[in-house]
Design a protein around this ligand. Sequence first.
Ligand code: 5GP
Length: 482
Amino acid sequence: MSRSKSGYYLALRQIAKVANSAFGVRKTFNSIAKSTTKAMQADGCRISLLDSKKEYLITVGAHGLSDLYLRKSPLDAHKSLPEILDGKVVVVPDATKDERVQHPQIAKEQRVCSILGAPILEKEETIGEIRVYTREPHQFAEADKSFLSSVANISAVLLNRAELRQLLTRGYKANEKQAKLAQVPQSPTTSLRPTEFAHPSEEEFAKLLDFYCIEWLYEPRSFPLRWQNGEIAEMFTPDFYLPELNLYVELTTLKQNLITEKNRKLRQLKKLYPEVNIKLLTKNDFFKLLAKYGYGPQGKAKVEGVSRVLYTHSQIQRRVRTLARHISHDYAGQRLVLVGILKGVVCFMADLMQHLPLPVTIDFMAISYYGGDDGQVVKITKDLDSSITGQHVLMVEDIVDTGMTLNYVLGHLSAQNPASLRVCTLLDKRARRLINVPLEYIGFEVPDEFVVGYGLDYGGEYRNLPFIGILYPELTKDSETQ
Ligand code: 5GP
């Protein structure tokens, strides 16, 4: 099946020409994958890059492989032919029986048999890989290996000048990431953004994730849910995957009463793939998320006032005293820095610190909020006045909702190497959590409603209420948002 030396020479000439063309990155890699498949008389080819944390392989070009086979990605770089990561050319005689193959069942269904994989190297470091697939068992010759390595070399050169490379090699440590991104705003073109989202709400969600510097992949993987006569009869493709959080997010824009079918699929998915972590965000959840920032149909709502008191002033005071007792007990004999994010935390911080019989200092940060613009990332508009390196830090929060703000701020604070870093939040809106940030001290678990008072605002107002109340409950009904 493999070509003669002159055949490979001609193929390389063609590939080099494509690489030097003015095509976009994906088109170029698809074209290289096609030429490679043809040159090797194989059945398919896939070119992938390692993500910034070198955990996943993200497909940047492919030919001859079914959508299903491609969408089983992102491949876990450490589980799927890990020797390629070590810079080796790898031969898999039979993918359906090889332990090194991550999805042997899907390989079988897709009739993938032999695989040849070569690393894409940059200064002896693996940055990606190229694989060719055959349907029939095949013995790859030395000429095949050296041809594929040459294509990998051309790909490396191409990547070096491609915009795609910039985003995949954001070479920073996890806890330094947010700080760096805040200084160097990423433009949307530097995200692995698909050319088209299936729905505008998905694009809005992607912008929100970009804002909080949360890496995401759009529809990277499909999960077979049902088989019939050995064929896949039903699949489910979650909208987003957040690799750092190992979390899939399905954003549904269907009306509440039409999501029964989706819920059935999710239940089935959880049953078949118990290790998969997935969250469903309904249309209403999503509108509430946007409303916080003044966007979406609920964002422009005319507010009539507080409809119900959730916690009275004396209930809040009692709970704050209890929290202070626990904190004083845990930090006995130590100095403590209380850090708050302006402005919602002012009432809680003021009351809490008065009940702490410890040597305490306080400091505040302020951060920008999501404004819906492309390429915008969260910024620290006021940083701490004093260093927290080597100090015991307690982050004091008014409310934790999705956890995105806190996740960002904790990343920023932990980069300064405090002796310890914990969180005390007055309110925990747990039902809407996307990111599981660890909360050490919690005042009240609040329902999924928009609350104001005791420092919390709506459009800058209501902070001065001495109690916590629920605002515009009628807008949380799904019927209002259709
Ligand atoms: P997260 O990033 O956890 O989704 O949101 C945290 C921030 O959103 C809070 O610090 C607060 O500013 C705002 N927030 C979330 N839920 C509410 C709420 O019910 N009422 C008010 N006033 N602000 C909220």
